[in-house]
Design a protein around this ligand. Structure first.
Ligand SMILES: Cc1cc2nc3c(=O)[nH]c(=O)nc-3n(C[C@H](O)[C@H](O)[C@H](O)COP(=O)(O)OP(=O)(O)OC[C@H]3O[C@@H](n4cnc5c(N)ncnc54)[C@H](O)[C@@H]3O)c2cc1C
Length: 450
């Protein structure tokens, strides 16, 4: 589904994009070493992009990563014979998007997902009228274009929307659209800013989904880098002339450190900073929101669903397994559907057993396709909220967030401590491309200091 179709388009990062093609080609060339070292905390796409750029310039770069593999929120599980992307799946708008060229270089195969290839069902398995569906979608875009004019700093999107459109609040189709078009992209509607819900930029062009795994890009970027896995950083001491980083009880030192851990990890105070981070950064860490989206892949021996790209279902409960991606469209040999839970319902699923989750998903599918459909053969699922390496899915503009907070998150401290990651990218926060651009941005800052 197209994210942020209602948002503005911008090529503000054209200069950064122009810089990106050289990345990685350089790791095969000899460089005149710069006698400076950099530790990067986190081997997600932002950390890997920064590392490649710095290595290309001759810095000595070490990445400390707490997980057992590189990639962070670019994570693909292939245990069911198909790449299930637990984090990012789509390249959102392929035109001028740095992920487009990275995907080509990395060998990430992609498939165009077409929104118009869809069927929508109401409770009781009643096929929804396509015109009505389309009209509601158009009406939502109109509302999203203007709701901020009635918004204010103290009230959530939900409060303002419900006051303006009380008839929509309990309408199942509206609940579906708000959930899959707004909450999925941003965060919990009762916490989402009524002023800033549509901030952020978007690339033009079609949407493409990764076929052989988004981690293909992470693996490509990690080539030739010194990535130390299973290294959990607990302390960053930048009181001296070098920065001292404590990980697994060991202390490593470098001239510069780039912190790329997710906003959820910063919110959780998982890393102690000495001295404490500036008040403006601490405030921004609190004020910018971190949402939760969970993904579920189910496989069957035989397919029973419509031969379309998207199947939507409009249950009473918002944010609950209301949208199914027909994975068989791009993996014809596999009978699989991918579905989602968002915001508070996503968090609730993390306490549910696999059997409970399957039961809930199957109740929606049975309502659409009948009680005789087969039980799934297997299921894979995510638990992003309780993942101590993320504590959530991606950042969003919550009540209390100001756009300047994204710049505060990106602000370097004492020209020694630098910050990258999707949550530091004011134009493209919450995306893989935003994270990538943030890594290049911070590498450039360090390069410019030489
Ligand atoms: C469910 C979901 C769906 C998404 N869908 C899309 C999509 O379709 N398209 C899109 O463009 N984007 C999508 N995104 C967003 C995208 O995946 C992220 O914005 C991007 O991958 C973030 O990269 P990053 O480098 O900022 O952070 P990360 O990838 O999270 O990297 C940070 C790294 O830091 C490590 N770390 C954490 N704590 C420590 C510690 N104490 N010590 C050492 N290392 C630590 C983590 O393990 C991680 O590897 C999605 C994300 C999620 C979760």
């Amino acid at each position: 589904m197209k994210r942020r179709t209602f948002l503005k388009k911008s090529l503000r990062n054209a200069a950064l994009l122009a810089a990106s093609p050289s990345i990685l080609t350089a790791c095969t060339k000899d460089k005149t070493p710069i006698d400076k070292s950099v530790i990067i905390i986190g081997a997600g796409i932002s950390g890997l992009a920064a590392a490649q750029k710095l290595k290309e310039k001759g810095f000595t770069v070490t990445i400390l990563e707490s997980r057992e593999k590189a990639g962070g929120r670019l994570r693909s599980n292939r245990t069911l014979g198909v790449a299930f992307d637990e984090g990012a799946s789509w390249i959102h708008g392929i035109d001028s998007n740095p992920i487009t060229s990275l995907a080509q270089k990395a060998g990430m195969q992609t498939f165009e997902t077409v929104d118009a290839s869809r069927k929508s069902y109401d409770v009781g398995g009643i096929l929804r009228n396509d015109n009505n569906y389309q009209q509601t979608e158009d009406a939502l875009y109109d509302i999203l274009d203007s709701l901020m004019n009635s918004g204010n700093a103290a009230q959530s999107f939900e409060t303002v929307f419900n006051a303006q459109y009380p008839n929509h609040a309990n309408d199942r189709l509206w609940k579906f659209f708000l959930s899959t078009y707004v909450t999925f992209d941003t965060g919990d509607l009762n916490k989402l800013s009524s002023l800033l819900y549509n901030e952020g930029e978007e690339y033009g062009g079609i949407e493409k989904i990764a076929v052989n795994g988004y981690d293909t890009i992470a693996n490509y970027l990690a080539t030739g880098l010194n990535v130390q896995l299973n290294q959990r950083v607990t302390k960053v001491d930048y009181t001296g002339s070098t920065v001292r980083v404590t990980h697994n009880g060991t202390v490593s030192e470098a001239d510069y450190v780039i912190v790329t851990v997710p906003l959820g990890v910063l919110k959780n105070n998982s890393i102690a900073f000495l001295p404490a981070l500036p008040a403006s950064k601490q405030n921004a860490i609190q004020k910018v929101g971190m949402n939760c989206v969970n993904k579920f892949l189910l496989t069957w021996d035989t397919a029973f669903w419509d031969d379309v790209q998207y199947i939507s279902y409009t249950p009473e409960t918002r944010d609950k397994f209301n949208y199914f991606v027909n994975v068989s469209k791009f993996h014809p040999s596999v009978n699989a559907l991918m579905t989602f839970a968002y915001s508070d319902y996503a968090r609730q699923t993390e306490a549910m057993s696999d059997a409970q989750v399957m039961n809930e998903i199957m109740s929606h599918l049975k309502d659409m396709y009948g009680n005789n459909i087969p039980e799934p053969a297997n299921m894979l699922r995510t638990k992003w909220q309780s993942d101590e390496n993320a504590f959530g899915a991606y950042s969003y503009t919550a009540v209390g967030t100001e756009m300047s907070h994204f710049d505060d998150l990106a602000q370097a401290v004492n020209d020694k401590l630098f910050f990258a990651g999707e949550h530091t990218e004011i134009d493209y926060f919450s995306t893989a491309h935003g994270a990538y651009l943030s890594g290049i941005r911070e590498a450039d800052k360090i390069i410019d200091l030489q």
